[in-house]
Design a protein around this ligand. Structure first.
Ligand SMILES: Nc1ncnc2c1ncn2[C@@H]1O[C@H](COP(=O)(O)OP(=O)(O)OP(=O)(O)O)[C@@H](O)[C@H]1O
Ligand SMILES: [Mg+2]
Length: 426
């Protein structure tokens, strides 16, 4: 390497060498020497070029690394700044004053007139919007997304229940009616428009306990393509004043956002009981929730794509306002199953069981007057249990007989109280 110090690639020693060779008389030897030397130098040159290329690419790599690290340092610095920034206050917009200022209510209590950051577009600011405020100037620096209650979001049924229309016995007419009143307006609203009729706004399922009202709603949730939102009436009864009403409002907002949708309120009597003048503050809170529900029902278009369904086994105590046209204007009665329906339900519930040949379902239905769907399900289950207890793998007639006796005896008192209750209210 030392010999390559001079720019020409030669040094003193080289020049001396050449002079020496030149002084020797043999010109051939000298030219041979020069040619060899030239080759040597050319090779050397190539090597040097290669080395330059390598060093240059290393330089480029180091430079790009430097840029990368500089960027990382900048990012970490800004993260440190961000972490050190004072917290923002939360406020609610009360009124827009002029383009630049708004009246806000801070979470601390008092109202302020404050400036809006120019980075916020005007349409994001509306009365009621939640905003973030600078701590010192209280200027609006950010608009927060509308608050959503996780409770409301949990009500949307995502995993549909496994019940289908085919699992329901003896309620074909009711299923038809639900399809026509709930699903058809959602899928084919033009058919109603063509005839010029308004489809019912809400469908109320009424009937004694255990006759399959909740089951019907589950089947609708399973078979419909619309978003199905299920609420139990008692969930709307909340601890704090105004909370229930707020939940109702948010449920309807969500239903509209995710439309087409069906809102199903099970056990409607928990919030829909007749309003009375006297009552505890708890009663009044339930009534406020009911009023919000009525207001929401009035507020939406019957041909729109939100449908209401509800179920109750105490429709006699419902507030009459709920049943007015434009609210729950289609009432579907889910009756105690008839003789034929009982046969069908018994067959449905025992279709997965191993039963002895020749079991007479007609006879079983004849032995179970007044039994509801839930009773009949209990009978098939009990019969199965008798077979299991006796270590048989086939269910026999005697099992059914014993099951009928056991279940009918245990439900008899409740049947009687149901009837006497009916007399009391009549
Ligand atoms: N028509 C029916 N066909 C098949 N099974 C039925 C039928 N009716 C009721 N059942 C059975 O009874 C069970 C209870 O029914 P469901 O919960 O739907 O009653 P409900 O009418 O909602 O009663 P409640 O008024 O007490 O809420 C169901 O899970 C189902 O197994
Ligand atoms: Mg129910």
């Amino acid at each position: 390497m030392g010999s390559t110090g001079s720019p020409s690639g030669m040094d003193k020693e080289d020049i001396n060498n050449i002079a020496q060779k030149k002084s020797t008389k043999d010109p051939d030897e000298f030219s041979q020497y020069l040619i060899d030397r030239m080759h040597q130098l050319e090779e050397h040159n190539i090597r040097l070029k290669e080395e330059t290329r390598k060093v240059e690419s290393e330089k480029k790599f180091a430079e790009s690394q430097k840029v990368k690290y500089e960027r990382e340092v900048r990012r970490l610095r800004s993260e440190i700044e961000r972490m050190k920034a004072p917290p923002l206050l939360v406020g609610t917009v009360m009124e827009e004053l002029d383009g630049e200022r708004v009246l806000i209510k801070s979470s601390a209590g008092p109202n302020f007139v404050v400036n809006i950051s120019t980075f916020i577009s005007k349409d994001e600011i509306y009365p009621g919007a939640q905003v973030a405020l600078n701590q010192q100037s209280l200027a609006v620096v950010n608009v927060l997304p509308a608050p959503k209650d996780p409770l409301v979001h949990g009500m949307e049924i995502i995993e549909t229940p496994t019940v289908s229309y085919a699992d329901i016995g003896g309620l074909d007419a009711q299923i038809e009616e639900i399809k026509e009143a709930v699903e058809l307006p959602l899928i084919a609203p033009e058919r109603f428009e063509a005839v010029g009729v308004e489809p019912p706004k809400g469908v109320l399922l009424i009937g004694p306990p255990g006759t399959g009202k909740t089951m019907l709603a589950k089947a609708v949730a399973n078979e419909t393509k619309a978003t199905f939102i299920r609420i139990v009436g008692s969930e709307l009864v909340q601890k704090y004043i105004g909370e229930g009403a707020r939940l109702v409002r948010e449920i309807f907002v969500m239903a509209r956002e995710k439309s087409p949708s069906i809102i199903f309120i099970d056990e409607l009597d928990a919030v829909g009981a007749r309003r009375i003048d006297t009552g505890t503050s708890g009663d009044r809170e339930v009534q406020r929730t009911l009023m919000q529900l009525l207001a929401e029902m009035d507020g939406f278009d019957p041909r729109g794509n939100v449908k209401l369904m509800a179920a109750t086994n105490r429709h006699d105590i419902l507030d009459p306002a709920l049943l007015r046209p434009g609210r729950f204007d289609r009432i579907i009665t889910v009756p105690i199953p008839s003789f034929e329906a009982r046969i069908e339900i018994l067959k449905l519930h025992s279709r997965k069981m191993k039963i002895a040949p020749g079991i007479n379902f007609e006879r079983m239905a004849a032995l179970t007057p007044d039994a509801t769907g839930a009773d009949l399900k209990a009978i098939t289950m009990e019969a199965g249990m008798f077979a299991v207890r006796e270590e048989r793998d086939v269910v026999e007639w005697s099992d059914f007989e014993r099951a009928i006796e056991k279940v009918m005896k245990s439900t008899r008192p409740s049947l009687e109280s149901r009837n006497s209750g009916g007399v009391m209210f009549a």
